[in-house]
Design a protein around this ligand. Structure first.
Ligand code: ACO
Length: 329
């Protein structure tokens, strides 16, 4: 049986950078508070007129070039996001149009920060049905479109970006990683701990109604923190166990980049030392669905995930959703 491979990877972030010092001028916060609580120093933020499809398009072109696959060869487009430009059309259809790939299946996946792993599992399913498929995954968010810049408890944590991957069955040629397994989970009973409610059909607006706080990311930070650590640790442990592996077999732990304290707590619980834990949350903040594929692309391209290494990916997000994946590079 041919394994599923990630043929190429790329990512795109907006040029504009907001530093902690910039945020000190917007809300009552400090570089010291943000750094010690989250590890974040800068985040990339869209400029006026820049939208999710600029990010998905930019990331796609880089992943396709990295994979040496022509856009025309793509058969399916999956976009994991909670921040499509519109309710209709989907982010996947908007991207499909920008790539000029008329006629392909194009589908959005809503799993917040776990979106990339949900899309990867969906791609594995599609490849079981269509072995010849070449699937483009884009996983990204314009989180700042739904950030309340008056709420210091949330606005300092997020940034915008998109990661992309070309996924197909192994053709014997060069590839970035073999997808060994993916594990996913969810618990909607805990959904109210992290929400973006406004804009959904559960919140009815009449013409002229102002938007309220429900329009923005709302989060009970401490609760989210606890569940994030517990869920990522447990699903990662179970996935390793299923494959009769231990933490010693993991060369690089690549967790969702939400917060340095969460990342370090997961590493500690899994007994994976800090030097084997990939961190870029300092540069990008929490980019939601983009966090894992941006980290993966950086780790592959900077040699952290050189050929012959094994990576354990894990993510947690609103829903709640969470997951883990084992990749061999
Ligand atoms: N600057 C200065 N002070 C602040 C700020 C800020 N930006 N934000 C909050 N504070 C204050 C609070 O008002 C509070 O003050 P008080 O004690 O006078 O009431 C104090 O700091 C402590 O606030 P807490 O919320 O209790 O701080 P905590 O140590 O829990 O850190 C944080 C907050 C960083 C949000 C943390 O809970 C966390 O990281 N949670 C997880 C959040 C997360 O990562 N979510 C996303 C994961 S899932 C996904 O990615 C979708």
């Amino acid at each position: 049986k041919q394994p599923v491979v990630i043929k190429g990877l790329g990512f795109h972030v907006p040029e504009r950078i907001l530093t902690n010092q910039d945020l000190e001028r917007i809300v009552d916060t400090s570089d010291e508070w943000i750094t010690t609580r989250s590890g974040i120093k800068t985040r990339h933020v869209v400029s006026e007129g820049e939208s999710l499809s600029d990010l998905t398009h930019g990331a796609s072109l880089k992943a396709l070039a990295d994979a040496e696959v022509s856009p025309e060869a793509i058969t399916h487009i999956l976009v994991a996001t909670f921040s499509a430009e519109n309710m209709i059309p989907s982010a996947a259809c908007t991207l499909q149009d920008r790539l000029g790939l008329r006629g392909r299946m194009a589908q959005d996946i809503s799993a917040a920060c776990t979106g990339f792993l949900y899309a990867l599992e969906t791609a594995r399913g599609l490849l079981a049905l269509h072995p010849e498929a070449k699937i483009l995954i884009c996983s990204g968010d314009v989180v700042t479109s739904r950030v309340n810049w008056e709420d210091r408890g949330t606005c300092v944590l997020f940034g915008d970006g998109c990661g992309a991957a070309v996924v197909m069955l192994d053709d014997g040629g060069p590839r970035r990683a073999v997808v060994r397994d993916v594990a996913l989970a969810s618990d909607g009973a805990l959904g109210d701990l992290l929400t973006v409610k406004g804009g959904g059909s559960g919140t009815i607006y009449k013409l002229g109604d102002p938007v309220g706080e429900e329009y923005f990311v709302q989060m009970q930070g401490r609760e989210v923190f606890k569940h994030a650590v517990r869920s990522m640790t447990n699903i990662s442990r179970n996935l390793l166990k299923k494959h009769e592996l231990t933490s010693d077999d993991v060369d690089v732990l690549l967790p969702h980049q939400a917060n340095l304290r969460i990342i370090e707590a997961v590493g500690k619980k899994l007994a994976i030392p800090n030097e084997r834990v990939f961190v870029n949350v300092d540069k990008y903040g929490n980019t939601s669905a983009a966090s894992v594929p941006i980290a993966l692309a950086e780790a592959v391209h900077d040699g952290t995930l050189a050929p012959g290494r094994r990576a354990l990916l894990t993510a947690f997000g609103g829903g709640f959703t969470w997951g883990a994946a084992l990749l061999d590079t």
